[in-house]
Design a protein around this ligand. Structure first.
Ligand SMILES: Nc1ncnc2c1ncn2[C@@H]1O[C@H](COP(=O)(O)OP(=O)(O)O)[C@@H](O)[C@H]1O
Ligand SMILES: [Mg+2]
Length: 231
C-alpha cells in the first residue's frame, strides 16, 4: 500500500489527519505485515477517521462494517437476494431442465448480495476494511471474524469458499465498552489513546487536566492514538 514510511507520513498529512510519528510507524508496519490494526479509545479520539484517512492516502476505498448489538453474520458477510431469486424463477419459467440446475443457478454468486467483509475480499486492489466499534458485538461474532482475518477467506455453505483476491488493510476499533478477546488482540497491532491506558473501564481522564507535574505522551488531554506493546 505504501512504499515507505515517509510516503505514508506525507500522504496522511495531506489528508489533514494529525498523527504521532510513532503511530505512523505502526500503521506502516500493519500494512506491511498485513496485520489488523486495533484501535481502542473513547469516542472522538480519531479511530474511524484514521481508517478513512489511510484509505484516502492509499487512494483506495473503505469497506465498513459498523458493529452494533445484534448485528448478524448475514449483515457482515452477505446473503442471498430472495427478491432477485423470485424474479429469476418468474422470468425463466419452463426453461429449466431439472430441479438440480434450478438450485445450482439460484445458489450462484449472481444471487448473493455481499456484505462488507465479502466485498473487501473480492476487491482486485487492497481496500481498507473498517470494522468499527467491535466492542458492541459478542464473542461469537468476534470469533467468526478471527477466521476471516487469519485465513483471508470466507466459507459460504451454499457455494463454498471465497478466497481473497487481495488482502485488505483491516482497522478494528473499540470504544472499550467491552474488553475485546485475547485472540483478536494477539493477531493485531495495537494502539490506544495513551491517557486512557491506565484507566480502563470507562474512567477516562478529563482533557487538559490542570496542575500536573509531568507530561507523558498523550497525557493530559492529548487525544492522539499511540501504540502499546502489550495490549
Ligand atoms: N488525529 C486527527 N486528525 C484530524 N481529525 C481528527 C483526528 N482525530 C479526530 N479527528 C476528527 O474528530 C472527529 C471524530 O473522530 P472519529 O474518528 O469519528 O472518532 P472515533 O472514531 O474515535 O469516535 C472527526 O470529525 C475527525 O475528523
Ligand atoms: Mg468511530
Amino acid at each position: 500500500m505504501f512504499d515507505s514510511l515517509d510516503e505514508l507520513s506525507r500522504k496522511l498529512a495531506a489528508t489533514g489527519y494529525f498523527i504521532d510519528p510513532v503511530m505512523v510507524q505502526v500503521v506502516y508496519l500493519a500494512a506491511k505485515l498485513k496485520k489488523p490494526l486495533l484501535l481502542e479509545g473513547p469516542a472522538g479520539s480519531g479511530k474511524t477517521q484514521l481508517a478513512i484517512s489511510v484509505a484516502a492516502a492509499a487512494n483506495t476505498h473503505v469497506e465498513r462494517l459498523q458493529c452494533y448489538r445484534g448485528v448478524t453474520e448475514d449483515k457482515a458477510i452477505g446473503r442471498f437476494d430472495e427478491g432477485l431469486q423470485r424474479l429469476y424463477m418468474e422470468f425463466s419459467k419452463g426453461q429449466h431442465e431439472n430441479w438440480q440446475s434450478v438450485q445450482a443457478n439460484l445458489k450462484g454468486r449472481d444471487f448473493f448480495r455481499p456484505g462488507p467483509l465479502m466485498r473487501a475480499l473480492e476487491c482486485d486492489q487492497p481496500c481498507v476494511l473498517l470494522i468499527d466499534e467491535l466492542d458492541k458485538v459478542d464473542n461469537g461474532f468476534e470469533a467468526m471474524l478471527l477466521e476471516i482475518l487469519s485465513a483471508w477467506q470466507l466459507s459460504i455453505p451454499e457455494f463454498g469458499t471465497v478466497a481473497a483476491k487481495s488482502i485488505p488493510f483491516v482497522v478494528l476499533t473499540s470504544n472499550e465498552e467491552r474488553r475485546l478477546g485475547d485472540p483478536i488482540r494477539r493477531r493485531s497491532l495495537y494502539a490506544c489513546r495513551a491517557s486512557d491506558s491506565g484507566a480502563r473501564g470507562g474512567n477516562h481522564r478529563q482533557p487538559h487536566s490542570e496542575g500536573r507535574g509531568e507530561v507523558s505522551p498523550g497525557d493530559g488531554g492529548d487525544r492522539a492514538l499511540v501504540p502499546q506493546l502489550f495490549p
